[in-house]
Ligand binder design. Structure first.
Ligand code: NAD
Length: 469
């Protein structure tokens, strides 16, 4: 165990204090070796952190927008200066390939911080309706509970808007990937964030996550993770009628309309494959269903297989986060998961000897009601589905309990935008529209409730008060 990152202290009330919980090993999914050891928070640590966040709240809520923007800008600068350190940690805990570790896992959250500071400086904390003064007031203490798939980004999209609003935060990062959160706590510390405004309590969901969700000293739970756990959290939070933001699973569709010419068709397939396989397929907005006109299914299969072949496991394609996750994903590699007519058009790539890798896989002629079309895989498995018409494509896309992301490809921009309006999802990219770090992010249906990032993320952690004069 050489070169093991050790984090034995928790960041509570502006100090590094020894954690009272059990140690937890962090495994590099690319090597299957222990790469870190952290000490988790005890329930006493959680109590101390919530008390610190409560005590810090009135002072932080009373700061000016300019003061909060200045601190957040310093945090942003520290993260940008230490980008390689963050990327290195995320490479270790998630097995992310170096380029992905930097661009997706560090540069994107930095862009989100920039956009959120910009939104803060424009945010209308007060406005007027007739004789009423409308005030947006920070909710109080926000408990942020985050998943393992984007160890820095998932934390940033919750914590930065909350701090921008004037709320204080207790963060419980994912047990599989907690290392980046410790580095973030150091960034807050060196940026001069006042004591108690941000607190870090790593630990299990069952103990630390559950205690935060039940705690009367927590005003809002902001959770990103799986839909079953989100449902459970909503139930527990209801006991104290806490406000809840839930960013949950997805089964996003990429819809290619009948009027797409060959060039656009090829671009649509290539970008859909890239999006589906990003981060080893472990993104909540993965375009995991490609819906194409029936008459062009063979063309889609050929293009998707060629694109998938470029994602060599161990090079461009990283591993899955854990052996359990790999087992889960492997259950979708049999084409029968896509129904009786489904066929594998790409799969069985050579895997490195070590690491939790699976082959990138493309399964076509998938039944829209099958397990593969309905369930979130969270791995590099693309389902291709055929639609008899654009209307049928929209119906297939909306045939899901989820409603997180989506894409539309069409020659006529207005027609493509009209289809985007019919998709029941929180995000839609038309003809390759890029991720916008200032746009609201969240889901329809069982993909969640509430919005993160930018002005909408700030509003999400505010109470609204009407004062009549
Ligand atoms: P998960 O639901 O297992 O865990 C998420 C977090 O919740 C972890 O920190 C975990 O410790 C904690 N937790 C678990 N049980 C808890 C409980 N009973 N009470 C309180 N906290 C608890 O999810 P995961 O496996 O870490 O992440 C993958 C999932 O996250 C996928 O379903 C994916 O779609 C989803 N996700 C959603 C988004 C989004 O923005 N919509 C983004 C990324 C990931």
């Amino acid at each position: 165990m050489t070169d093991v990152q050790r984090e034995t202290a928790l960041y509570i009330d502006g100090r590094w204090v020894p954690g009272g919980g059990a140690d937890l090993e962090v495994v590099d999914p690319a090597t299957e070796e222990v790469t870190g050891v952290i000490t988790q928070a005890s329930t006493d640590d959680v109590e101390t952190a919530v008390a610190a966040a409560r005590a810090a709240f009135p002072g932080w809520a009373a700061t000016s927008v300019a003061e909060r923007a200045a601190v957040l800008r310093r945090v942003r600068d520290v993260i940008a200066e230490r980008a390689e350190v963050f990327a290195g940690l995320i490479q270790r805990e998630l097995g992310a390939p170096p380029k992905v570790a930097r661009a997706l896992h560090v540069d994107t959250p930095v862009a989100v911080i920039d956009a959120t500071i910009d939104a803060l400086e424009r945010f209308a904390f007060t406005s007027e309706i007739g004789n009423s003064l409308i005030r947006h007031e920070p909710v109080g203490v926000v408990a942020a509970i985050t998943p393992w798939n984007l160890p820095l980004h998932q934390v940033v999209v919750k914590v930065i808007p909350a701090l921008a609003a004037g709320a204080t935060v207790v963060l419980k990062p994912a047990g599989l990937t907690p290392l980046a959160a410790f580095e973030l706590a150091r960034a807050f510390d060196s940026a001069g964030l006042p004591a108690g405004v941000f607190n870090l309590v790593p630990g299990s969901g069952r103990v630390v996550g559950d205690l935060l969700t039940r705690h009367p000293g927590v005003d809002q739970v902001s959770f990103t993770g799986s839909t079953p756990v989100g449902r459970q959290i909503a139930g527990v939070a209801a006991e104290t009628l806490k406000r809840v933001t839930l960013e949950l699973g997805g089964k996003s569709a990429s819809v290619v309309l009948a009027d797409a010419d060959d060039e656009l068709f090829a671009k649509a397939v290539k970008i859909t494959v890239a999006n589906c396989f990003l981060n080893g397929g472990q993104t909540c907005t993965a375009l995991s269903r490609l819906i194409v006109p029936e008459s062009r299914i063979a063309q889609a299969e050929e293009l998707a297989a060629a694109a998938a072949a470029k994602y060599a496991p161990g090079a461009r394609l990283g591993p899955l986060v854990s052996a359990e996750q790999r087992k889960e994903v492997e259950s979708y590699l049999d084409p029968a998961s896509g129904g009786s007519d489904a066929v594998t058009v790409y799969g069985g790539a050579e895997l490195p000897e070590r690491g939790y890798y699976v082959s990138p896989t493309v399964i076509s002629r998938v039944d829209p009601d099958s397990r593969l079309a309905q369930e979130e895989v969270f791995g590099p498995v693309l389902a291709i589905l055929a639609a008899g018409s654009d209307d049928e494509a929209v119906a297939i896309a909306n045939n899901s309990i989820y409603g997180l992301g989506g894409a539309v490809w069409g020659a006529d921009d207005d027609a493509a935008l009209a289809v985007a309006a019919r998709l029941q999802t929180g995000q839609v990219d038309v003809n390759g529209g890029a991720f916008n770090p200032g746009a609201p992010f969240g889901g329809f249906k069982q993909s969640g409730t509430g919005r993160e990032i930018g002005a909408y993320g700030i509003a999400d952690v505010c109470e609204i008060k009407a004062v009549q004069r």
